[in-house]
Structure formats: structure tokens, C-alpha cells
Design a protein around this ligand. Structure first.
Ligand code: FAD
Length: 450
């Protein structure tokens, strides 16, 4: 008899896992997906992090196609298999796209001369979907899973997982109650919005983990015309620089163009920033935004350190905006951004300490490389990627070493983007549909385990 699979989180990872299963004949009625957000028909634009397709559903839909970007995949399965898994994710997005022919791939090949003296430029292929199409993809994808009898529970939060008795406890009408789901296999795919829950579980079960680096910075925004020469070469360009001796590297991250909007994220009650872009020409604002993110190694408790810095960079439940000349932009719906404008960066510099200088130098050098930029830019402070410590998992199916029925996937494990999260979701369930691996004898193996 087919086993019961519970997926916590209807994000990119959870949805790709369920799709892989039903595509391969696994009975949908044995799969239950719980999400604390809304289904794609009821999800509102301000629900950035939760609901069908998770943070990916309201993102810019840039599907990166390289193992060096978007978190860890090849370390588990090697390069070739990693690319195959990413192909499957991209195929899924095209398959449910109302106009798949509009998904464009930008594949730049050469670093332009004008960049070279100041920045490295990482060039890799990206498939670009666009936020507005993602909504339609979400609906088609959801309808497909429902047609395959997959059970969905919306607007309820999983607040406990009992690894010993294979039970998932979830809220009932928003209240922590008695409802529990039993599982044979659990796919834990709570993404960034569930990162505090990941931490709770790691503490409760004292899971062995690997610490991650700090990833913090700002969301930079400017009129697109200043960056057009580079955008023509690479839609999602990645400028980078590394200070090996200091354990610090910087990169521009997740570039949005044409109809580009800064997005407000809320994690742990603090406001941070991200960005997305729409495809529909009615949203066109000819702006560009991207993160300038520092990766800082060697900080003892990176997670607590980042949280502390982010909590200080708040003013009256808002993040900060600084520009020498500009005002904050509006959201794509024309509403005011949740941000507090500051006139000086002195306090930010005090809070970020020596690390702030790296950001200032990055912006200064961009002004040289893109000479029309001058003071025509603004920054939303802070942008952060909370990388919770990564639990140790079997590399073949991302199951926890001590609890092989529980698979961690997506941003809850080590991903940092749509393609890798989706690929991890697929990887986690592949063994469950493999003919060589009988249902009752699911065993992970450790490849290159630290
Ligand atoms: C504004 C924005 C733009 C982005 N743009 C891009 C981009 O262009 N390209 C890219 O590659 N990446 C982008 N990202 C990142 C990308 O969206 C994530 O890396 C990806 O969605 C992670 O997938 P996931 O399935 O692990 O988690 P998510 O997609 O975050 O899904 C997690 C799901 O779990 C649910 N959940 C969490 N906790 C619980 C709980 N306790 N109980 C029940 N449900 C729970 C949430 O409601 C959510 O739906 C963007 C992110 C944001 C916020």
C-alpha cells in the first residue's frame, strides 16, 4: 500500500515534490500539503512569503540555471544530476505557463571590458518568468495537483512535528489544537517564512548542523538607463568582489529590471527588503533594483549576529531608505513602501561597523563604472538572507541522519532560490518512486558526508 506523505509548505520545494510523485503514479490522495498561506486563487499581492508556490509565487521568477547560484545542490548529487534536476523544475514552470514561449533565457557569454577593472562579473543562464505570469502558473499548477487528488490544507500552521511518533500538529482555525496528521514520510519545506520553526526543531531534536556564513546588505535601486549597457548583456548580472584575507565577499544579487519593484519582507517581526519584476508592460517603471549582499565568514553565531543587526536597522516597524537625491518608490500596486527615509548614513555605519565600508566602496565604484549614475540612486536597508544552520542529511534523499523519514528541502535546508529549492524537493522524493527501492525499505546513503 502506498505510504502517507505529508508536505509542510506549499512552496516551490513542496510543490515540485508533490508533482514528481503524482507524475510518476503515486496516488495523490496519499499526499497532504499544509500551508499557513492561501491557495493561488485567494493569495493577495501583499502575501509575499506564504501560500501556493511560497516566496517563489510572488517572486520575480528568475530561474537560475547554474550550480554555482541559488544554494547547495551539486554537493549532494554532483554536477550532472544537479543540472538534470534543475531542468525538471524549469520544465514544470513552462508546463503550467499560459504562454510558455514567453519564458526567455538570458545566457551571457563574455564579461565586458568596462566592468573588468572594478568588479568580477558572474555570467550564467537564467530563465525569466516574471511575477504576474507566476500567478497564472500557480493556478494551473494547483489545479493539476487537485485533479490528481492531492489534499491541501490552507491557512493552518504546523506548530510541532513529533519525529518519534511521526505526527505533524497543526492549528485549527488559527488556534493550536488537537489536530494531527500522521506521516510515513515527511517533506519539511517551510522556506524562509518558517526559518524560526526550523531553528526550534533543530534545538528540540538537537540535530547535528553545519553553520553558515552571514549574508547581509542593502537593496539598491536606480533608473534602469544607468545600467542598460550591462543589462543588454545579462538581465540578472552578478557583480562581485572578494576580500579573501578578511573573509568577506560582495555580490549584486537578484537584479530586477523594466517593471522592477522593491518588496518588503517581514521575518521575526523585522522588516527587510528584496525585489521583484513584473512582465506586463502596464507595470513598466524603467527601474532596476538588486541586492548588494556581503557574505561574511568567521562570525561566531552568524544567525544571531544577523538578527541583532537587522533589529537595530529598524525605525517604527519599518526598514530604512537613504538616497542623496531620490524618494522611495511605490509598490507595484501604487502604494507607499513601508520604509523610513533617513538623511544620513552615520547611524547605519555605526550599527554595521567596519562592514558598512564595503557597501559604500561598492556603490562608489559602481558610480565610476556606470558614469551616468552619479547620485541618482537609493538604498533600502537592510536586505538579509538568514541562512539557518544546515542540518546534516543523507545526500541521496535529503533525509535527516537521525530521522530518515524526514526530508529537509529548499530554503529550510540549504537552497537560496527557486530552481535549487524545487530541485531539492524532487530529489527528496525520487527514491520514493524508484522501482529499485521498495516502499518499506527506504534507506538513505551518505555521499561525501562531513
Ligand atoms: C520578493 C522575493 C523575490 C524573489 N525572487 C527570486 C527570484 O527571482 N529567483 C529565485 O531563484 N529566487 C527568488 N526568491 C527566493 C525564492 O522565492 C525562494 O528561495 C524559494 O521560494 C524557496 O522555496 P521553498 O519551497 O524552500 O520555500 P518557500 O517558497 O518560501 O515556501 C515555504 C512555504 O512554507 C509555508 N510555511 C512556512 N512555515 C510553515 C508552517 N509552520 N506551517 C505551514 N506552512 C508553513 C509558507 O507559507 C510558504 O508557502 C525571491 C524571494 C522573495 C521573497
Amino acid at each position: 500500500m502506498a505510504k502517507k506523505i505529508v508536505i509542510v509548505g506549499a512552496g516551490v520545494a513542496g510543490v515540485n515534490a508533490a508533482t514528481k510523485l503524482v507524475d510518476n503514479g503515486f496516488p495523490g490522495k496519499n499526499i497532504t500539503i499544509v500551508d499557513m498561506g492561501n491557495d493561488p486563487y485567494n493569495r493577495k499581492p501583499e502575501e509575499v512569503m506564504t501560500g501556493f508556490l511560497g516566496a517563489g509565487g510572488w517572486s520575480d521568477g528568475k530561474l537560475t540555471y547554474h550550480t554555482a547560484i541559488g544554494g547547495q545542490l551539486s554537493k549532494y548529487v554532483g554536477e550532472e544530476k544537479a543540472m538534470k534536476l534543475m531542468d525538471e523544475v524549469i520544465t514544470n514552470f513552462k508546463r503550467f505557463h499560459p504562454k510558455p514561449e514567453e519564458v526567455q533565457c538570458s545566457n551571457p557569454v563574455e564579461e565586458p571590458e568596462f566592468i573588468k577593472p572594478y568588479f568580477g562579473l558572474r555570467l550564467f543562464p537564467v530563465w525569466h518568468v516574471g511575477t504576474d505570469y507566476l500567478h497564472e502558473i500557480g493556478k494551473n499548477w494547483y489545479d493539476y495537483l487537485v485533479s490528481k487528488d492531492v489534499n491541501f490544507i490552507w491557512n493552518e500552521r504546523v506548530f510541532r512535528v513529533d519525529f518519534e511518533s511521526n505526527l505533524v500538529n497543526l492549528t485549527v482555525n488559527g488556534k493550536e489544537g488537537e489536530r494531527a496528521l500522521e506521516y510515513d514520510q515527511l517533506i519539511f519545506a517551510v522556506g524562509k517564512s518558517g526559518i524560526d520553526f526550523v531553528q526550534e526543531i533543530q534545538d528540540e531534536y538537537q540535530l547535528e548542523t553545519e553553520h553558515k556564513s552571514v549574508q547581509i546588505g542593502v537593496r539598491f535601486e536606480a533608473p534602469q538607463k544607468h545600467f542598460q549597457d550591462l543589462i543588454d548583456i545579462s538581465y540578472d548580472f552578478k557583480l562581485y568582489r572578494k576580500f579573501e584575507d578578511k573573509g568577506v565577499s560582495l555580490r549584486s544579487f537578484c537584479t530586477n529590471n523594466n517593471a522592477a519593484y522593491v518588496a518588503v519582507e517581514e521575518t521575526y517581526g523585522d522588516i527587510t527588503y528584496n525585489g521583484h519584476a513584473k512582465k506586463d508592460s502596464k507595470y513598466r517603471n524603467d527601474m532596476t533594483n538588486f541586492g548588494i549582499l556581503m557574505e561574511i565568514n568567521g562570525i561566531k553565531n552568524p544567525f544571531e549576529w544577523s538578527r541583532n543587526i537587522v533589529s537595530k536597522l529598524q525605525y517604527s516597524k519599518k526598514g530604512l531608505y537613504y538616497s542623496p537625491t531620490r524618494k522611495p518608490s511605490t509598490t507595484s500596486e501604487g502604494n507607499e513602501m513601508g520604509v523610513h527615509q533617513i538623511n544620513t548614513l552615520k547611524e547605519v555605519s555605526n550599527i554595521m561597523g567596519e562592514y558598512w565600508d564595503y557597501i559604500v566602496d561598492f556603490i562608489t565604484d559602481m558610480k565610476t563604472v556606470f558614469p551616468t549614475l552619479r547620485n541618482d540612486w537609493g538604498i533600502y536597508i537592510p536586505e538579509v538572507k538568514y541562512l539557518s544552520p544546515e542540518p546534516l542529511v543523507y545526500h541521496s534523499d535529503l533525509a535527516l541522519i537521525d530521522y530518515p523519514d524526514v526530508h529537509f528541502v529548499g530554503d529550510a535546508l540549504s537552497a537560496r532560490g527557486i530552481t535549487v529549492s524545487g530541485a531539492q524537493g524532487i530529489l527528496a522524493v525520487e527514491k520514493l518512486i524508484s522501482k529499485e527501492c521498495p516502499w518499506d525499505n527506504i534507506q538513505g546513503d551518505i555521499i561525501n558526508w562531513r
